[in-house]
Design a protein around this ligand. Structure first.
Ligand code: ADP
Ligand code: ZN
Length: 737
């Protein structure tokens, strides 16, 4: 599996849970995967697809993404295609023929296809070895994105009883999870639920003062990096992008009221790095998969924490440090309240109000924002410091701010007493009202104005009391039921403190924006890299991407370019060790990237640091590299040298023929003197293949295959190409002498 991971995806280590999930799938287990955006769900079915005989079907509702996903797979050497309404009839027939011939490993499908009788009989002719259902929450009416077409998947399941199904989603409550299992008819599925923490994202809430100037500053610090700015109205997105445009930024608007053509064009330009800022309404995001968004800004309050988590989740999918900044003012709350008041349905209105209140609470936190978000989603993988230190995630403005201590002994006792006296059935808002002697209808109706704790605080605001309650939760004196209404209860530690009248010092962030900004600045960038070289590599990437007609991240991700700009690999061997550089990409892009790195290194007198540093650890993951992992190519090499044919090597190593050929390409590419002649087809075939390459160029395989017609395999075409490139290099080397 590691061989496949490196060869096809270029990665050295699995992300959390990926390996277990893949093992289960290969063992024909039905599987349900809940993993946050950016967690690496795709690999959980893409890698098994390579390993299994036959075809993997991927059902996805995101038609706009299919082409990019397929392009990404193909640049990695994985034979993949898609079928959806954007293809012509002829194109669909071509893909169907390919699927039937066994040439494809992965086929992406839009769910509505499955309702067509013709299409189902076509499916019946295929050897399907795995079905992946992406965005699986779409099958449930309880989810936020129900797609009736998904219901037909139950039938697909019944018609393929022995094929394992893997369902994947980033959002699913318990109820939706259960629904996925029943509706899909999963058979005793293994369930994997990843932590919802996104450790590379930094959360920050800023007071909305001179917000535009603050925004410009944020964008200046990240010049050239991709950013999404969420605005409230269509008009706002246009005004903001114009204004930023005047300022010299490349910003585009995006909202549901634009004509479809312009909207698609703007999205496309953003994905292709032609414009790096998009000012959008919440309509933006579903159809994009851009992994290198470095900043998500909320100019206005999101409607709920679910929406906030999802929108900020679009930052940093590639795992590199990225920022989520929300501008907040109390005025925004009033604006939103006004909208909510317009809602007619009482139930709906209440619900909207409650969701908004939670967002406000998040904005006003004095404790870790990450912890609050995670607890909200029922993920208690990071918990409060209990009786000890408060939680410090090191990645939100609250945790990064300098703190000041204050004596909370008396107020803490008042709060704890009020919680107990009211029967541990109310939230912090109500407790604050009681303590401050509110005449609110509910307080009076419950008779809480008769309690001894009524009206005993007059030097603090409701907000102050809520803040302190949260600090008490964080320190483990109070606990919060994460049920629908967050009611407070007193813990054992809380009771003890109350009884013994212990002195309590709490710390709250000292609110100074400058300090926070400095702390935030210090934390960015985990890997030191040469920014000059990084920029050069990015521009090379942009050029290649535009001539190949794919998004830049499909060529190489930012993390890969940063490693190049850190390790300065100066030969193909070193380059092959960079995370994200697989065999096919090495072959296809290696020379061009090396040329840029070598020239830069020569100018600046930089040495190749790959060997030296990577022997002990892999670059970003910090994971240890065992000798064995780097020799997957050598193992293949040894077999070929001993006279094994490609099929024999494939059997011996339990890898596909495709993979063995990829190894050979990579060995040739990095300059190993491998004798390819015994592996080539007959001379006349070699000649015909070579002629075809001469005619249409050596970069793409598909046109060559097309020219040659049936009867030629991709493997032999690739071998001939490797052979020719070896010969060409020999000739030019001799010429140099
Ligand atoms: P999801 O579908 O869960 O949102 P993706 O499958 O799109 O996530 O993966 C997010 C990013 O992480 C992609 O850029 C992908 O290439 C990268 N990635 C996935 N698995 C690994 C891994 N094992 N090592 C390094 N990067 C990975
Ligand atoms: Zn924090």
């Amino acid at each position: 599996m590691r061989d496949l991971l490196k060869t096809y995806f270029g990665y050295d280590a699995f992300r959390p849970l990926q390996e277990e999930i893949i093992e289960g799938v290969l063992g024909k287990q039905d599987t349900l995967v809940i993993m946050p955006t950016g967690g690496g769900k795709s690999l959980c079915y893409q890698l098994p697809a390579l390993r299994l005989d036959g075809l993997t079907l991927v059902i996805s509702p995101l038609i706009a993404l299919m082409k990019d996903q397929v392009d990404g797979l193909r640049t990695n050497g994985v034979p993949a295609e898609f079928i959806n309404g954007s293809l012509t009839y002829a194109e669909i027939s071509r893909v169907q023929a390919q699927a039937q011939s066994g040439a494809l490993k992965i086929l992406y499908l839009a769910p509505e296809r499955l309702a067509l009788a013709d299409f189902r009989s076509f499916l019946g002719t295929l050897k399907v070895s795995l079905v992946a259902v992406d965005e699986a929450h779409c099958i449930s009416e309880w989810g936020h994105d129900f797609r009736p077409d998904y219901r037909t998947l139950g039938n697909l399941r019944q018609s393929l009883p022995d094929v394992p199904f893997i369902a994947l989603t980033a959002t699913a409550t318990n109820r939706v999870r259960g629904d996925i299992v029943t509706q899909l008819g999963l058979n005793r599925p293994k369930q994997f639920i990843a932590s919802f923490d996104r450790p590379n994202l930094q959360y920050e809430v800023r007071p909305k003062r001179r917000a535009y100037e603050q925004l410009v500053r944020l964008l200046r610090e990240r010049r050239g990096e991709s950013a999404i700015i969420y605005c409230l109205s269509r008009k706002d997105t246009e005004e903001l992008s114009d204004r930023l445009g005047d300022e010299g930024f490349q910003a585009l608007p995006y909202h549901a009221g634009m004509d479809a053509g312009t909207r698609r064009l703007n999205q496309e330009r953003f994905i292709r790095d032609e414009a790096n800022i998009i000012a959008a309404t919440i309509a933006f995001g579903m159809g994009i998969d851009k992994p290198d968004v470095r900043l998500v800004v909320h100019q206005e309050l999101p409607k709920s924490l679910e929406a906030y988590y999802q929108q900020t989740g679009r930052a940093g999918r590639d795992g590199l440090p990225s920022d989520c900044v929300m501008f907040y003012s109390y005025g925004d709350k009033i604006k939103q309240d006004f909208f909510i008041d317009q809602i007619e349905d009482r139930k709906e209105k209440q619900n909207a109000q409650r969701k908004l209140d939670q967002v406000i609470e998040y904005c006003q936190l004095q404790t870790c924002r990450r912890q609050y978000l995670l607890n909200y989603f029922g993920d208690d993988s990071i918990v409060g410091g209990g009786d000890g230190e408060p939680h410090d995630c090191g990645g939100c403005d609250v945790c990064l701010a300098e703190r000041e201590d204050f004596d909370a002994t008396i107020i803490a006792q008042k709060i704890l007493s009020a919680v107990i006296r009211t029967g541990e059935r109310f939230g912090a808002g109500h407790i604050a009202q009681v303590l401050r002697g509110s005449k609110a209808e509910r307080v009076l109706r419950l008779g809480h104005d008769k309690l001894s704790v009524y009206d005993i605080v007059d030097d603090l605001s409701d907000n102050d009391i809520r803040d302190i309650s949260r600090l008490l939760v964080d320190r483990g004196f109070l606990y919060q039921n994460s049920e629908e209404y967050a009611t407070l209860g007193v813990t054992e530690a809380g009771r003890t403190m109350l009884k013994e009248r212990e002195r309590l010092i709490l710390a709250r962030p000292r609110r100074s924006e400058i300090e926070v900004e400095e702390a935030v600045g210090r934390r960015r960038s985990t890997l030191e890299f040469d920014h000059g070289l990084f920029e050069k590599l990015r521009s090379l990437r942009r050029g290649i991407a535009s001539s190949d007609g794919v998004p830049p991240y499909v060529v190489f991700g930012d993390a890969t370019l940063q490693q190049m700009a850190h390790f300065f690999p100066q030969n193909l061997n070193s380059l092959s060790r960079i995370s994200g550089v697989g065999a096919v990409k090495l072959n296809r892009y290696g020379d061009e990237f090396l040329a840029v790195i070598c020239e830069y290194a020569r100018e600046k007198g930089l040495e190749d640091r790959t060997e030296f540093s990577m022997n002990s650890r892999s670059a970003i993951s910090g994971e240890r590299r065992s000798g064995e992992r780097t020799t997957t190519y050598e193992k293949t090499n040894a077999l070929i040298q001993q006279g094994y044919s490609i099929e024999q090597a494939s059997q011996e190593r339990d890898l596909s023929v495709n993979t063995i050929v990829a190894h050979i390409e990579m060995l040739v590419q990095r300059g190993d003197a491998l004798d390819l002649r015994p592996l080539l087809p007959k001379d006349d075939r070699v000649e015909r293949i070579q002629n075809a390459f001469d005619e249409v160029g050596y970069t793409r395989l598909a046109p060559v295959k097309e020219l040659l017609g049936e009867g030629f395999s991709y493997e032999e075409i690739r071998l001939v190409r490797a052979y020719v490139s070896q010969r060409t290099r020999e000739i030019s080397a001799n010429g140099d002498k």
